[in-house]
Write a protein that binds this ligand. Sequence first.
Ligand SMILES: [Zn+2]
Length: 133
Amino acid sequence: MDLRRRVVSLCYDMKVAGHPRCWKTLELVSRNYWWPQMSRYIRQYVSTCDLCLRTKLIRQALVGELHPLWIPDLRWDTLSVDFVVELPLSSGHDAVMTVVDSVLTKHHPRYPLTCTLDTILKYYKALNSRNKI
Ligand SMILES: [Zn+2]
């Protein structure tokens, strides 16, 4: 058995090692050994372990059913707001607030504003109260 295989086997196949995955095996081996393309060799070794291929469980969560997003009935019921800030000053404004109504998909109003917390709060409160801005 070649020396690299014996080293990896010590860190991977021993009962105390417990057949860890690639990165853990690499970490264990690299504590005392190094050779060119060591990670590739270990990845190959781990991915071809007969025992793991036959017995190891998949640890990822199973993919569940997809559920469609809730679609609101009324306009202005669900809004998303995005801010583009720190723009060059134009007509006294340096930011843009974009409002997207999930019912209205074709027209998204954009409001130029100056980027201060007071201005943002004013627009946000106006949206919440469904007043016209
Ligand atoms: Zn294994």
